[in-house]
Design a protein around this ligand. Sequence first.
Ligand code: DLL
Length: 434
Amino acid sequence: MIWNKAMECADRETMEAIQLRKLKETVKRVHTNVRPYRERMQALGVTPEDIQTLDDLKKLPFTTKTDMRDNYPYGLFASPLSEITRIHASSGTTGKPTVVGYTSRDLESWAECVARALTMAGGDNTSVVQVAYGYGLFTGGLGAHDGAQYMGASVIPMSSGNTQKQVMLMKDFRSTILCCTPSYALTIAEAVKKAGYGPDDIDLKAGVFGAEPWTPEMRAAIEKGLGIRAHDIYGLSEVMGPGVSCSCAEQNGMHIQEDFFIAEIIDPDTGEVLPEGEKGEIVFTTIGKEGIPLIRYRTRDICYLMRDKCKCGRTTARMSRVLGRSDDMLIIRGVNVFPSQVETVIAKFSELTMNYKIIVGRENNTDTFALQVELAEGLAIDNIRFVEELRKKVTHELRTLLGIGCEVKFLNEGTLPRSEGKAVRVEDTRNLSE
Ligand code: DLL
């Protein structure tokens, strides 16, 4: 089944006409309503009237996470707060989160995108959708929820965690589609086995997994463990949330909802648009979004585009799975973490030095996250009470800022190897890139 054949199977000419019309509207909207965009366009000598073809997109400036931080919290909104009906947020690069606002129409467009994704996974109004993404400021929970409801499915708003209960409800409520991060899907698969069930004992048919990078090997393990077909769903809060793209039954890339997002692939170093099919950073322009439309938003996600027709019948461009990042953002247990955020916390403590190392690994399908940091000169690591007190405080600050737990270990001053060039602050042994 295809949720919206008119859009998902449109011929190129029709789709490009829709994109151009919506792009022109969006550029006018940000030029009129968003001062930072107006100023930047003025500085480049570009007016909304200069956008006459899709190729003219290149004339427009990029938007980055730093722009979002500089205009925190509402400076890039193109609608007054009276029209904003939902606010979400994700990690910023330092202390403040990145904030996004949705009008009622934006929420409906988002639900439409997610309904298309769930339909790719075989969903319809008879589906029972268990949402095990976190609910809250993170877009995963409510994004999947609204889309499943829009599709007409029965939604179970479980949120993440409480794994035994996830398994119990999955069996008793006869869930057919599971939405969560791929690493959590593996944890659930393990718990299903532990509970003494095999794939035939549960009704689950498909999973719609995303929010973090995963490998084809991981997909195979999830499919086998739960006896389902696993679909990859991509998105980011700045651009919308889950549903920007999703893989269909062919599992050969994720179909981009091109009537809502124009995708470009650029060279992350030069900003040049790369030829069709080359690997680079994916950049999105939101078209038709009211609350916070973004022009050429630099996602920092590395992938490539495919435009050949998919066997499923959809004609939309597909993006490959995310192959890496062009910045240093880590995704740990589904949570975005920048080393600079960790550094912000360390800097608050005069008892600590700036010599630190973040160590990320994976044990039993769960990410591990540890911080090693040197104590300031003269402070004794064998003063157990002092060290324990300090550990508590640092752990608390990290949890408050990042939203996840971190195992903090102190070292004597001078223990960590000193940098002779670019400091290597992160050791990530998860090997998710290729
Ligand atoms: O992770 C939105 C989302 C929720 C997507 C649920 C899919 C499912 P953020 O927290 O803003 O939003 O993080 C966005 O997560 O730039 C990617 O680096 C990464 N990411 C998201 N989906 C995928 C995926 C949500 N399918 C950042 N594969 C993005 C790999 C993904 N990485």
